[in-house]
Design a protein around this ligand. Structure first.
Ligand SMILES: Cc1cc2nc3c(=O)[nH]c(=O)nc-3n(C[C@H](O)[C@H](O)[C@H](O)COP(=O)(O)OP(=O)(O)OC[C@H]3O[C@@H](n4cnc5c(N)ncnc54)[C@H](O)[C@@H]3O)c2cc1C
Length: 370
């Protein structure tokens, strides 16, 4: 009978709960150990835009999942436009469905993908037992990537976006707009994010950084207004996307399990970027596993987490400064420095440039508050 538990227990060395960015990347790099990855959804059901700054080596590896690539990006407010043109990094946008599918297709014969939800997870030592689709499993090591729970009242990045085909060609399809602040700022830090995938296709997202979510119409109105201002008319809506990213420490679903990806704190609290941190965490973990060390490396340094908390503290305490802080950060850095900064890989020199550009009193207040 479907979904009734069988008495037989499948024993495996490694079990990965969740086959998202972290889980399926880990699964795709394992070959020596027996492993199962448990994921209920198909890649198409989870399609989203994942963007990052990538060097040419990374771009080559991610090419099959890449939807768009820009060597120029810009931030705009009512006073200025900052355009970065980098020779070292491109800003790239991946189709998460294509990335996840590519990983699923390269799993070794030792690694099984089970399209189901993991249930009754009981941690024991580094591993434990669980069931999925009526089957019991016992694993020596479990890596849990179930997304952590975001606090209702916490600061978050939330957005609604449309990928559209336009009636006529776009004027600057080679520039990614990371933040256009010329929108309603009355409910929190608000900007339009726009990625032209070609001269007739563009993704436009209305993105907010605040504690409360807005009704869908509100984001949609901001998008329509931005399109109007740019003389862009919609021919067809290709897809729509929305999301919430916590900008605070979130509680893991089960703190007794080893966690990877967002569940381990890989999402940068100040920006929401995580793809590169997850890739690096998983590469280090796999290198460890090959040597018989199964501990999960920390995805972000404590210093970076501390700096992000200070930054977010200033955003909450002095929201009127938010646009200036973002614009000053971009202005103070070279394009490469900005890419490193957003990726969480800033050098000491990058940090000094940013710190010198920031208003000192609000930041010192946050430092002494902690
Ligand atoms: C809307 C959104 C947009 C983002 N955009 C970007 C971006 O542009 N760039 C960037 O760098 N980062 C981005 N991030 C941050 C981060 O890169 C993503 O959240 C990324 O998907 C995190 O990977 P993960 O593997 O930790 O979690 P996920 O990719 O969310 O994977 C977790 C998986 O666990 C599965 N799961 C849940 N419960 C169970 C269960 N009981 N059993 C089995 N499986 C289960 C889920 O189906 C899911 O597939 C974004 C995050 C969000 C939420």
């Amino acid at each position: 009978m479907e979904n009734s538990l069988t008495d037989e227990i499948v024993e495996t060395d490694i079990a990965i709960i969740g086959g998202g960015s972290a889980g399926i990347t880990l699964a795709s790099k394992l070959s020596e150990h027996s492993a199962v990855v448990i994921e209920p959804k198909t890649p198409a059901e989870r399609d989203a835009c994942w963007a990052l700054w990538a060097t040419s080596d990374q771009q080559a590896k991610l090419q099959p999942a890449t939807k768009g690539r820009w060597s120029q990006w810009r931030l705009v407010d009512y006073e200025q436009e900052i355009i970065h043109n980098s020779h070292e990094y491109d800003y790239i946008s991946l189709s998460s469905a294509d990335y996840l599918s590519a990983c699923e297709e390269t799993l070794s014969a030792n690694v099984k993908l089970v399209r189901a939800t993991a249930e009754s997870i009981k941690p024991k030592g580094y591993g434990g037992s669980f069931s999925a689709q009526g089957q019991n499993y016992q694993a020596n090591y479990i890596y849990d990537s179930r997304p952590p729970k975001a606090a209702k009242e916490g600061l978050k990045q939330h957005f609604f976006g449309l990928e559209i085909r336009t009636k006529s060609p776009l004027t600057a399809p080679d520039i990614a707009t990371l933040m256009d602040f010329r929108v309603d700022q009355s409910r929190g830090l608000h900007f339009i994010y726009a990625l032209p995938y070609s001269d007739r296709e563009i993704l436009i997202e209305s993105t907010m950084i605040s504690k409360s979510l807005e009704p869908e119409d509100w984001y949609r109105q901001a998008i329509d207004q931005w399109l109007d201002q740019h003389g862009i008319e919609i021919e067809t809506i290709v897809r729509q996307e929305s999301g919430i990213i916590a900008m605070h420490s979130s509680l893991p679903i089960d703190s007794n399990l080893a966690r990877i990806g967002a569940a381990s704190g890989a999402v940068r609290q100040s920006s929401g970027y995580a793809f590169t941190n997850i890739q690096s965490q998983i590469s280090q973990l796999v290198a460890g596993i090959e040597k018989g060390e199964f501990e999960v490396p920390k995805p972000l340094s404590s210093l970076l987490n501390y700096m992000d908390k200070i930054f977010n503290g200033v955003l909450v305490a002095q929201p009127h400064l938010a646009v200036t802080l973002m614009m000053q950060t971009a202005k103070s850095l070279t394009p490469e420095g900005f890419a490193r900064f957003m990726l969480g890989q800033a050098t000491l020199f990058d940090w000094i440039r940013v710190i010198l550009a920031m208003p000192k009193i609000p930041f010192l207040r946050q430092v002494f508050k902690r």
